[in-house]
Design a protein around this ligand. Sequence first.
Ligand SMILES: *Cc1c(COP(=O)(O)O)cnc(C)c1O
Length: 223
Amino acid sequence: MNRADAIATVRAEIARACRDAGRDPATVTLVAVSKTFGPDAIEPVIAAGQRVFGENRVQEAKAKWPQLIARYDGLKLHLIGPLQSNKARDAVALFDAIHSIDRESSAAALAKEIARQGRNPLLFAEINTGAEMQKAGVRPQDADDFIAACRDRYGLTISGLMCIPPLHDAPAPHFALIAQIARRNGLRLLSMGMTADFQTAIAFGATHVRVGTAIFGTRTSSP
Ligand SMILES: *Cc1c(COP(=O)(O)O)cnc(C)c1O
């Protein structure tokens, strides 16, 4: 399947999942995850009408997106991978949304750059719903305090939560957990669901689904 057909299929599946959940498809943003793929793979997806893309590395995004952004109108870039404090300047300059805030040091660095650059990216806190040792994200039991600290200490408005469920778990309980944390903190956005589980995520209220493989095919280089 070529990439234009692939993204049409993903959009149709999103529409179907919304219909099943009694949701308006306009409430779900498809973030096309283009990490590891170059402009030759990305341009047909732009030509098919996609405007929102996700990257997990600031350096990689900085190398490939500025030329595309100059060439096509309306592109929006979302950072879905780890954010180091020393990359906050580049991240704020390039990205329209950051899904991966999980520590106060990066919240502080982001706040400083947002003020300095006068940009206003959409911000998500990443929650480590599976409490996995090796994984990024705020522990669920620390989420309320973290969201409050972002607001009260750094003046950052966190608009939503993001999670990546453990590989071998059923994803639904993880989606339900961040939906519950978001609700009690008055957050309206939920970044959850990837190629394997975006339909389930939509049933649990996802507003942003991050889909790579179903659009671009299998990645040959990691991550
Ligand atoms: C790579 C990645 C995705 C996309 O995963 P697929 O299974 O290829 O759809 C989504 N979210 C994050 C954080 C990623 O790093």
